[in-house]
Ligand binder design. Sequence first.
Ligand SMILES: *[C@@H]1O[C@H](CO)[C@@H](O)[C@H](O)[C@H]1NC(C)=O
Ligand SMILES: *[C@@H]1O[C@H](CO)[C@@H](O)[C@H](O)[C@H]1NC(C)=O
Ligand SMILES: *[C@@H]1O[C@H](CO)[C@@H](O)[C@H](O)[C@H]1NC(C)=O
Length: 410
Amino acid sequence: MDGCFFVQPWTPCFSRSNTILLLAFTLILSTVIEALQVIGGNVTVVQGGTAILSCKLIDTTETLSQISWQKITRGNPVNVNFFVVSEVDGPQFVNGADDRFKFIGSFEEHLASLQLSNVTLRDEGTYMCIFTLFPSGNHKTDIPLNVLVPPVSSLEDNHPTLGNEEVSLVTCIAAGSKPPAEVRWLMDTLAETVRETTSFTHHANGTTTTTSSLFGVASKEIKDHLVQCVVTSKATSKEEILYFNIQVYFPPTEVRISDSSEGSFECVTEANPKADFTWTRVGQAWPQSAVRDGATLRFQKMTSDLNGLYQCEASNPYGKKHSPLYVHVASDAGIACWILFGLLLIAVVAVVVASVVWYFYKSGRFTRLIGNSLSRTREDTRGERTMVPTTSNSPEGPLRVEEEAAEGSL
Ligand SMILES: *[C@@H]1O[C@H](CO)[C@@H](O)[C@H](O)[C@H]1NC(C)=O
Ligand SMILES: *[C@@H]1O[C@H](CO)[C@@H](O)[C@H](O)[C@H]1NC(C)=O
Ligand SMILES: *[C@@H]1O[C@H](CO)[C@@H](O)[C@H](O)[C@H]1NC(C)=O
């Protein structure tokens, strides 16, 4: 009789004695329900990967009439049937096909497993695997699908300008991570002079952006210091390291002009970002034989029409500074012999010149020398080279001190 109820409950043997049989049936049925199990699991997958939603029915001898799947996801938080498998029709989608799902189970083996590829965050949710048995009806299990999202890491230069106040130097961002990414800094010796602050922004889609900034005084000492931002996330096995040289921005400092070669001048300054240089001629049209190429000014032919005041301006987005160059080419009756007045603004030279000037000034030979130099310039057929130094800080009125130099036969 047991066997009769167990295997085929709706056989004629069922109707022998109503009370006893109903009681027995209930007992047996509950035994069946307790014994059978639907085994699922908790699935975790990284976004873009493939998830296996395993589901198996065990310990039953009842007849399986249908396997069905339902889901409640972030993308569609309403419980919907989306997949069924029957012995006759095989696996098929209901309510629209999604080719990312593939039935990898077996109806005969009571295996309902699905494979989901190209998983997105919208797929996260609960998947219900349902076995419909005869006669006991539906037996189901819930399979949570957790989707991990790796962060998108980046560094942001906060463009600190040289100063004495504490400012934000650089920010490391680990965006849209699930679970939240951890961000920390490796900065060696800098650890004593800068501090870090970290904050989290939670997004509606369940991801979190971790933002960590380094704060410190933007001094020249910390400029170009290498720091590392280390991002760790459960969604990636490896930690990600982003390297950054701390930047401190400032306008061009003193502009110096050096004569790099014959008839060629180079403008030099310190600035961050690198300065752009512009050569101009003050009060006159740019001469044809003068070529300006970035920081360099080159005179192709030494003719007296080049004479005058030139100016080199160094500029970057933080400011600009300029320095003058006084040029004097004295030509003499067709003889190719030129006199070039240039100016050197290298600090050392300036200091030397300043002392010489001071010496002459003190000794009363100042005016005498200038007088000599000017008259000789006009008289001397072979010419001579004369330097006219000025200081970069007084570009409007270059200090004209002419100093006798080696006889020039250029
Ligand atoms: C599934 O596993 C994830 C991570 O392993 C955990 O956060 C979550 O709580 C688990 N869910 C259930 C329903 O067990
Ligand atoms: C999964 O993504 C890959 C690459 O983006 C694509 O080639 C493939 O067709 C996608 N598969 C499905 C089933 O959508
Ligand atoms: C989650 O939301 C944030 C903010 O709206 C967005 O930037 C991010 O791309 C989203 N992530 C995913 C995986 O959809």
